[in-house]
Design a protein around this ligand. Structure first.
Ligand SMILES: NC(=O)c1ccc[n+]([C@@H]2O[C@H](COP(=O)([O-])OP(=O)(O)OC[C@H]3O[C@@H](n4cnc5c(N)ncnc54)[C@H](OP(=O)(O)O)[C@@H]3O)[C@@H](O)[C@H]2O)c1
Length: 253
């Protein structure tokens, strides 16, 4: 099995790589931090997997396409995992995330995911095989008050996946849209907030891998948190807004 994962230098991406690592599995890993990427690769190799590494910024569409198409020509991908992500949000002093941080979040989380998936779609559909996995967030379901750009990026990614899945199914390709709640990582370490139902990155990776293995179209975890946030959308706006303030948080600098 040949797998490509963005954001594999740490957190969920690294946990997914380690989870899938086994003899006969090739892991193509992308992130900007070469040293950390090498550490993930070493852990995967120790479990018998082979690895291919690229130190790339997912925002660089041209470099991404060139690398992905070369990799896919050599060893065609079975799983394409868009995981790289960044966050921003209201700062501890209450100031807004600001235009630069907001643009960066959209560029990495949404455009960066498209820069992975779009170049490979013609290859996957021509082979009528493979699966796309999109790591969105439960923040896709209901905008949270302190991270509007992050929520917008994840809502966009979720909508992209929901839109693409029925089309890809007609062409023999699967898609799993993933909406995790909180899990432990460098990203969640920066949240100054309650983090209900938090799990480890390893537990999140295992749940995602199980959903991928059974060909699930969606993986929402924890399910209760997902339904709670989805349910808020059915309430009148003033009530939903009051409820969602329970999820107020700041992002450390
Ligand atoms: N942690 C949570 O509670 C939580 C909850 C829901 C959803 N998520 C989502 O899950 C995914 C993984 O998050 P995480 O918590 O594991 O975050 P993390 O520990 O901060 O890791 C983020 C990964 O994305 C990579 N990345 C960031 N910007 C990049 C860029 N421009 N180009 C290439 N790679 C880039 C980072 O690598 P480099 O810095 O080396 O480039 C790193 O490997 C994200 O999409 C996040 O939004 C997280």
């Amino acid at each position: 099995m040949n797998i490509v994962i963005t954001g594999a230098s740490r957190g969920l991406g690294a946990a997914l790589a380690r989870h899938w690592a086994a003899p006969g599995v090739d892991l193509a890993l992308i992130a900007r931090d070469a040293e950390a990427l090498q550490q993930t690769a070493a852990a995967c190799q120790a479990k018998g997997a082979s690895t291919r590494l690229a130190t790339l910024d997912v925002r660089d569409a041209q470099a991404m396409a060139a690398q992905l198409l070369a990799w896919d020509a050599a060893r065609p991908f079975d799983l394409v995992v868009a995981n790289a992500g960044v966050t921003a949000g209201t700062r501890p002093d209450g100031s807004f995330e600001g235009p630069e941080a907001a643009a960066r979040v959209i560029a990495v989380n949404l455009q960066g995911a498209l820069n992975l998936v779009e170049p490979l779609l013609p290859r996957l559909t021509a082979r009528r095989s493979g699966r796309v996995v999109l790591i969105a967030s439960v923040a896709a379901f209901r905008g949270l008050p302190d991270s509007p750009a992050y929520c917008a990026s994840k809502a966009g990614l979720w909508a992209y996946g929901e839109s693409l899945r029925p089309l890809l199914a007609l062409r023999g390709v699967g898609l799993t849209n993933v909406a995790p709640g909180f899990f432990a990582s460098a990203m969640s370490d920066r949240f100054i907030a309650r983090q209900p139902m938090k799990m480890s990155a390893e537990a999140a990776a295992a749940r995602i891998a199980a959903a991928v293995a059974r060909g699930a179209g969606r993986c929402i975890m924890p399910r209760r948190l997902g339904w709670l946030l989805r349910g808020l959308e059915l309430l009148p706006a003033p009530l939903a807004d009051r409820a969602v303030r329970l999820f107020r948080f700041h992002v450390a600098d």
